[in-house]
Ligand binder design. Structure first.
Ligand code: NAD
Length: 492
């Protein structure tokens, strides 16, 4: 029998066991091995964490930004040193390949690097003599206790869209990872603790819905950053905003990718297959529907089916594996059911990934890449985020029709165009109603110094994670108007 990893909370600089009555199971999706049990921390433990964060805030906000980023420099060093170990933890609890997990941690580190620029990024501005002898200054101040609520699919990266900026700006934090993948953040908090960060600046509380609701209802929490599915994002946004908090909630997606006949089919196929099937389709920037325009249909359909069949599926820790399992048997069953719904709606199965059995991993939650064609516009599959390695294909005759389809989606996380035409690219960039646009790119993930910009039902709020949006979100502006009459200067 393997020993389970204890899942602890980190409050006021100490690791504490939870008194939770309920737990969620953490399993390795490739083997179904039970790894840990996440405590669903009750409101009293959230309260302890928030009180610790509130207590640490006055001294932390007075710590000069240059000193605050000193801790982040040290954290960056430790993340680099433990990069491989963190990547292995991600793969073990989340299922993605080691290469994908390494890339995920690289993105996390990049956010720490950007946040190290806070001494200049959070500067204000001023005007001398807005009237005779009167000066006006804008300064940015931190908010107080900020909460970060994360999804299962990027347990290492997503909290970093917020955390380093929040802390660097002088806030203190409570982080609530996904109950399905808590082990990565537990390791990361362990590294953060080694930087010497003062007790209470960064706290970890494990749990699920009840824990989140206690965070949302806590009067001392000033701001909430959340990433997850759209129904949960909408509910969290509503509840936290009604309580007067500053909120940013990034939701689910259904990303459309348009392929023009002049696109380079080889590159397009490779990039599109990585987008649709990479991380087993469990990315909010996964290509979910591909719309071929005119003569792009036949070559792309053939090539993408071959790529789907060829993709090497297996345990993400093994070399040469290109796609791991989905997160759980429940998720696998849900994806298989949605493929059935697509067939009921009139779609045609070109590659069927159901019933996958991986030798040596018979208990794993595997589903192979699946390709469907003739997905009907506006039907259930057009609207539903599958969050698995399933690519739906649709066909139209013109770019305008394709843009019409993109814009009829409820979601607006990403839209991509594959083409050799600058005019088509410019038209698409201008007209597509989505926050992250890719031109000959399959996963249009913004770098850490750009906002992660979802729109429509993919985002609730106005300021996004990462870059200057994060600096804006984690600071409040104060304007100071000062009069120093000329006559007084004679006294000095
Ligand atoms: P989820 O919505 O189930 O959970 C997200 C977080 O909310 C978790 O910490 C969970 O414990 C908590 N939670 C769940 N139900 C809750 C409830 N009823 N009330 C309060 N809190 C609750 O999401 P998931 O399955 O972990 O992650 C996958 C989803 O996240 C997908 O929809 C994906 O598109 C989305 N996602 C979006 C982005 C983005 O940037 N837009 C990035 C990654 C993932």
């Amino acid at each position: 029998m393997t020993t389970l990893t204890p899942v602890l909370n980190y409050i006021s600089g100490e690791w504490r066991g939870s008194a939770a009555a309920l737990h969620a199971e953490v399993t390795n999706p490739a083997t179904a091995e039970l790894l840990a049990q996440t405590p669903i921390s009750p409101a009293a433990e959230v309260d302890e964490a928030v009180i610790a964060a509130a207590g640490a805030f006055p001294a932390w906000r007075r710590t000069p930004p240059t000193e605050r980023v000193g801790y982040l420099f040290r954290l960056r060093g430790l993340l680099e040193e433990h990069h491989e170990e963190l990547a292995r933890t991600i793969t073990t609890e989340c299922g993605k390949t080691l290469e994908e997990a390494r890339a995920e941690m690289r993105r996390a580190i990049e956010n720490v690097e950007v946040a190290c620029g806070i001494p200049i990024l959070m500067q204000g501005y001023n005007s001398e003599d807005i009237a005779a002898g009167i000066d006006e200054t804008m300064i940015r101040q931190p908010l107080g206790v900020c909460a970060v609520i994360a999804p299962f699919n990027f347990p290492g990266m997503i909290p970093f869209w917020f955390l380093p900026y929040a802390i660097a700006c002088g806030n203190t934090c409570v982080v609530k990872p996904s109950e399905r993948t808590p082990l990565t953040m537990q390791k990361i908090i362990g590294l953060a603790a080694r930087t010497g960060l003062p007790a209470g600046v960064l706290n970890l509380v494990n749990g699920a819905r009840e824990t989140v609701e206690a965070i949302l209802d806590h009067p001392a929490v000033q701001a909430v950053s959340m990433v997850g599915s759209t129904p949960v994002a909408r509910a969290i946004y509503g509840r936290a905003a009604a309580a007067g908090k500053r909120v940013q909630c990034q939701g689910g997606a259904k990303n459309l990718v348009v392929v023009m006949p002049d696109a380079d089919m080889e590159t397009t196929t490779r990039v599109l297959a990585d987008s649709a099937f990479g991380s087993a389709g469990q990315r909010c920037l996964a290509a979910s529907l591909v719309v071929t325009v005119g003569e792009a249909r036949q070559p792309l359909t053939e090539a993408i089916c071959q790529a789907a069949v060829r993709r090497v599926v297996g345990c993400g820790l093994e070399q040469g594996v290109e796609m791991g399992p989905v997160i759980s048997p429940q998720s696998k069953a849900r994806i298989a059911r949605l493929i059935g719904v697509a067939l009921d709606e009139g779609a045609r199965l070109l590659v069927d990934g159901r019933g996958a059995v991986i030798p040596g991993y018979e208990r794993g939650a595997f589903i192979r890449p699946t390709v469907l064609e003739n997905v009907p516009a506006g039907g259930a599959i057009f609207k539903t985020e599958i969050f698995g390695p399933v690519l739906g294909m649709m066909h139209v005759n013109t770019l305008d029709q394709a843009i019409g389809l993109v814009n009829s989606s409820e979601y607006g996380n990403m839209a991509c165009l594959f083409t050799a035409s600058g005019i088509a690219a410019r038209k698409f960039r201008h007209a597509a109603v989505a926050g992250n646009i890719g031109i000959n790119i399959g996963v249009a993930a913004p770098m850490a110094f750009f906002p992660f910009s979802g729109w429509k039902a993919s985002f609730f709020g106005d300021l996004h994670g990462q870059g200057m949006d994060a600096v804006e979100f984690f600071t409040q502006k104060k304007v100071v108007v000062e009069r120093w009459p000329k006559e007084w200067t004679r006294k000095f």
